[in-house]
Write a protein that binds this ligand. Structure first.
Ligand SMILES: [Zn+2]
Length: 181
């Protein structure tokens, strides 16, 4: 399993729901995704980012220690997640993406969200999140609908960001790199 980078077309496709019968089969996929996320110091990863067009994301916004590693891993797996509510003042903050290494892009997100999903046992659960947690969830949800950070930008900013990304890739940016000098 490896992280696919933009502009891989799988990142622009709408993902398919996972049926109840399929959930078991995706448990090990989910665990591998979490491993990959931690390895690349990400706080979220969506199945399309590993080339799988299914509605599955993993998120862990536990802040890393000084060495950049998360000591106590606490991943939450969301199958077929749905945002049922978004509210609060929209916040404009720089965002990174493991599939778009080397750059950060300012994106406006709601401060608060409620997400309903199934866990890896097929049980429904609800998460209410705010701030950075809410941002991470909105970012991963976007991936399930084929939306990357670039699609949030207006035409001019997008051209700039794509140029910057091109330079980052040419300088050898890898997933997890959010800034290249
Ligand atoms: Zn992303």
């Amino acid at each position: 399993m490896r992280i696919v980078l933009a502009p891989n077309p799988v990142l622009r496709e709408k993902s398919e729901p996972i049926s109840l019968e399929e959930i078991k089969k995706f448990r090990s996929t989910a665990k591998q995704m979490a491993k990959l996320m931690y390895k690349n110091q990400g706080c979220g990863l969506a199945a399309p980012q590993v080339g799988i067009g299914k509605r599955l994301i993993v998120v862990d916004v536990t802040p890393p220690d000084e060495d950049g590693k998360v000591a106590e891993q606490n991943p939450t797996f969301f199958i077929n997640p749905v945002i049922t509510k978004m509210w609060g003042d929209k916040q404009l903050e720089d965002e990174g993406c493991l599939s778009i290494p080397g750059i950060q892009v300012p994106i406006e997100r709601y401060n608060n969200v409620i997400i309903e999903a199934l866990d890896l046992d097929g049980e429904p659960f609800t998460v209410e999140a705010e701030g950075f947690h809410a941002r991470a969830l909105q970012h991963e949800m976007d991936h399930l609908d084929g939306t990357t950070m670039f699609e949030h930008l207006n035409a001019i900013d997008r051209i700039e960001a794509l140029k910057e990304y091109d330079i980052a890739l040419k300088s050898g940016a890898k997933p997890g790199d959010t800034s290249i000098e």
